[in-house]
Design a protein around this ligand. Structure first.
Ligand code: ATP
Ligand code: MG
Length: 267
């Protein structure tokens, strides 16, 4: 197994403590959210549109700061950690976000291959041949047509860009990965390839993963823990199987029922 270029910082837990996020005067995107995500565990976040899922995901990777409450990384305040330049750089390279909107993920002036290779060179210190080899490896694992990496981002479909964004995040070998609707534009068979690979990273490489999705079946397949959001609040949380079997909140109940109905129609 290769050990070169593996990031040194560990992220064993990220804990949100009574977090609130306000945008302007009127929007409360998060209200009193407390939750923990752990390495080696996939945690799902589901909830209706506008319930605060992306805000929560961005907060975990340090791209959004709480208006009140705190985010603790292995017990250390993330706000404080980000105020130290070197630690900020280290944290931001240890965690990766596959953004919901991948339009700006790749620099339009460069071929996608360059944009995937560079983080491996810069953040893990790999030389170019080694980084190129890893680009081949990770794109093959994700079932990406090799020809696509030689295109410019503007020449890709949303689903192609999504899969390439996952490749770009995984090549960094992050300790924590937040996938925000990262498979939503993929067909079922492409989803299966990506989900199985992500699952492998969680179990084999102890990756901590936050999987944000509208799709309950994909989330149920890939996660062990589940957070259910509604109007900025966390309304249900626990082991995924348990939350789905015994939903506590009426919204979760409704969510589970609607998927059961779709399931029975499909079946
Ligand atoms: N930069 C911003 N400025 C102002 N309001 C924002 C901003 N980003 C998000 N919001 C608001 O915060 C709330 C939560 O948004 P968020 O994007 O976290 O929801 P979401 O659950 O990810 O929704 P979706 O499922 O549609 O992606 C929404 O009311 C949204 O309009
Ligand atoms: Mg979102």
């Amino acid at each position: 197994m290769k050990t070169s270029g593996v990031l040194k910082q560990t992220v064993t837990t990220v804990e949100l403590v009574d977090v609130e996020k306000r945008y302007g005067k009127s929007v409360m995107a998060l209200r009193g959210v407390s939750a923990v995500v752990r390495s080696g565990v996939a945690t799902g976040i589901v909830g209706e549109s506008g319930s605060g899922k992306s805000t929560l995901g961005r907060m975990i990777v340090g791209l959004s700061t709480p208006t009140s409450g705190s985010v603790l990384v292995d017990g250390n305040d993330l706000g404080e950690l980000l105020s130290w330049r070197t630690r900020r750089a280290e944290y931001l390279r240890t965690v990766q976000l596959v953004a919901q909107d991948t339009t700006n993920t790749f620099d339009p002036r460069h071929k996608v291959r360059d944009s995937i290779r560079r983080p491996a060179q810069i953040l893990r210190g790999l030389d170019r041949p080694a980084a190129d080899a890893e680009v081949e490896e990770i794109t093959a694992e994700l079932g990406i047509d090799p020809e696509l990496v030689d295109r410019y981002p503007g020449q890709l479909s949303g689903g192609q860009r999504q899969r390439l964004s996952i490749a770009r995040a995984l090549i960094v070998k992050p300790k924590l990965l937040v996938c925000d609707e990262a498979v939503s534009a993929l067909d079922i068979s492409a989803q299966a390839v990506v989900l199985n690979l992500l699952k492998r990273y969680v179990t084999v490489h102890s990756l901590g993963m936050v999987f944000i999705s509208h799709g309950l079946p994909a989330t149920a397949f890939i996660t062990e823990e589940l957070l259910v959001m509604k109007s900025g609040r966390l309304v249900d949380a626990g082991r995924t199987a348990e939350v789905l079997r015994h939903p506590q909140h009426p919204y979760t109940q409704q969510l589970v029922d609607s998927y059961r109905r779709i399931d029975s129609l499909a079946g």
